[in-house]
Write a protein that binds this ligand. Sequence first.
Ligand code: DP6
Length: 327
Amino acid sequence: MTRATAQSCANIAFIKYWGRRDDDLRLPLNSSISMNLDHATTATTVAFDPALETDQVTIEGAETTEQAARRVSTHLDRIRARADISTRARVVSRNSFPMGAGIASSASAFAALTVAGCAAAGLRVSERDLSILARLGSGSASRSIPAGFVEWHTAKTSANSYAEQIVPPDHWDICDLVVIVQTGHKAVGSSQGNQLVHTSPFATARLAEAERALPVIRAAILRRDFTMFGEETEQEAIRMHAVAMTSRPSLLYWSPATVGIMQAVREKRAAGTEAYFTIDAGANVHVLCQGADAGTLTAELSVLSGVQDVITNQPGPGTQIITAHLF
Ligand code: DP6
């Protein structure tokens, strides 16, 4: 096969990947846990074509920046090396959600690119190796390969740092309501933010707390203990942002609307609707709730100041080959 299309979900981390022990290999300082988001997807077609002199990359119908195209080409080089080919490729990618605004678009993008690229190159690769390969493109992409609730292991070697499923999507009826308050590109991407972690005086304390909280969140997912899960997840998000804010230079991802939603979530909780927030490297807020509360909460969050849209996500599938091609 020389052409393949894959679809991948973005994911939301409950224990965050924030800081690396090895930048080139994208080996994280700590293990992380996430859930795939069924309504935040990327579809990517990769077609190897001997007539091409360079890789051609189109994202959302437009040619990409040179920097983004280079990152895609570098990733295709990893796949070409495995397949022992040098053929260039045409890559077309579309997201179902706004890029660069705190939904980890690099996660679904590099997971879909990995799976489509390997299939188009005729490679048969295990889920573990796909996760490792995706990780080299973007760390969080390793977690978008398996389905449902996923843990990505920190390790000293590339071969041991991959993501695997904790439980499948239908294990737990919880929702992630992505409250969109900003759709433009953020000033400092997570790749750069990840490199600044060691400049924060709180980095070591946060790392210790992430290591303590990881098994607690894993157990809460397994037991479907929403209170334990939510409290630990919200605290971890605040810890990650405390490190970002105290890095040099300081990274402040929140906007006034972000803080408004954080406060609204806590007010709703005090009034009896159990919801918790988490936030990635952007201004948008992920509100976690139980399935039964999702409809009412979505309606209530939609009318808050600065809210442009609310995307309701249930636990999503892993990255899959799909038959329809994008070109
Ligand atoms: C805040 O995976 O985007 O979303 O490996 O440099 O591509 P790179 O970083 P990336 O970082 C994501 C960071 C985060 C937290 C998380 O998803 O765990």
